[in-house]
Ligand binder design. Structure first.
Ligand SMILES: N[C@@H](CCC(=O)N[C@@H](CS)C(=O)NCC(=O)O)C(=O)O
Length: 89
């Protein structure tokens, strides 16, 4: 199961949601209300000590940083690629 900690106003989280959508992957969302300061809750800081979204959890692996998450998704789910096949592309 793919779990995404995210928020609607986060462009970084949107980037990951776009990747999940392009790859047609099912995921479960955990909404972290940044405007209410939920990113600073001790439970969330255990998941990401930096107190920022997005965070992806997959089979026990905790992946932080939107670009790293997209790279992880591309490697683990290569179908429906989200990166060009060559540097020129
Ligand atoms: N480099 C990180 C940046 C993450 C980040 O800054 N997330 C923002 C939302 S776009 C956040 O959670 N901010 C909460 C805060 O600053 O308190 C990434 O790409 O994932």
């Amino acid at each position: 199961m793919l779990e995404l900690y995210h928020h609607g106003s986060s462009a970084c989280a949107a980037k990951v949601r776009f990747a999940l959508a392009e790859k047609e992957l099912e995921w479960v969302g955990h909404y972290v209300d940044l405007l209410a300061g939920e990113q600073l809750n001790p439970e969330f800081l255990e998941i990401n000590p930096k107190g920022v979204v997005p965070v992806l959890i997959h089979e026990g692996a905790v992946i932080r940083e939107s670009t790293v998450i997209c790279e992880y998704l591309e490697e683990v789910f290569p179908e429906r690629p989200i990166y060009p096949r060559s540097a020129v592309e």
